[in-house]
Design a binder for this molecule. Structure first.
Ligand SMILES: Cc1cc2nc3c(=O)[nH]c(=O)nc-3n(C[C@H](O)[C@H](O)[C@H](O)COP(=O)(O)O)c2cc1C
Length: 192
């Protein structure tokens, strides 16, 4: 598949087939993809914790999903993520390390999409309880969680109207729409 339709397809996923759980080998493959990402000074400061089975079940209630969908309380039983990857940085990391973190998160999201899996990057989670559950070794702190599983949610990117609200929404069939700024709005200047 050409990269453009592929990246258009790679929308955040928040509903999964819980009866088809991801396995350790699946998470290992995602981490293997993440291993080859660019890194500032090639310092490779990010670390990962793989979370499956009962640990994923315990982590799920500590995460917050789609705050903009006021009438939706997050994935229900049967549609919850079946695995998580926690991305960690050493405490008090410089800003540039967060760029590494973002590149890894997006690479994993694209890798997951390539296999029909869905991914939700999650920054909104209970830090204290997540630390207590995952027990990362010092000096690492959990910075992002990636909720993962077989994707069942239909998601579509649509062109955003200039100056209009960028909030995502769902239609009556449950299709999730994500407005994206047009190329014309994105490109501030084209110098030659
Ligand atoms: C850094 C970051 C943090 C995010 N945190 C959350 C989160 O806590 N919960 C959630 O449901 N989605 C979270 N998202 C997903 C965004 O809501 C999503 O990327 C956005 O709505 C655009 O949708 P798209 O990924 O399909 O383009 C996060 C995304 C990023 C990049």
């Amino acid at each position: 598949m050409d990269f453009l339709p592929f990246v258009q397809k790679a929308r955040t996923c928040r509903r999964f087939a819980e009866d088809k759980p991801l396995r350790k080998t699946d998470l290992d493959w995602l981490v293997e993809c993440a291993r080859f990402t660019p890194s500032a000074r090639n310092a490779q400061v990010v670390r990962v914790i793989e979370v499956l089975d009962q640990s994923a079940e315990a982590l799920f209630p500590l995460t917050h999903w789609a705050m903009a969908l006021k009438n939706w309380k997050g994935p229900t039983e049967g549609e919850r993520p079946t695995a998580f990857l926690a991305l960690l940085l050493p405490e008090k990391s410089p800003t540039i390390s967060y760029i590494d973190l973002g590149i890894i998160a997006q690479t994993i999201q694209l890798a997951a999409t390539s296999r029909g899996w869905g991914c939700c990057i999650i920054k909104s989670f209970d830090q204290e309880k997540t630390t207590a559950l995952l027990k990362p070794e010092s000096p690492y702190e959990v910075e992002l969680l990636l909720g993962l599983g077989q994707a069942v949610e239909v998601r579509k990117a649509v062109d955003a109207e200039r100056g209009k609200d960028l909030t995502y929404w769902r239609d009556e069939k449950g299709i999730h729409f994500v407005p994206k700024r047009t190329k014309e709005e994105l490109v501030l200047q084209a110098l030659s």
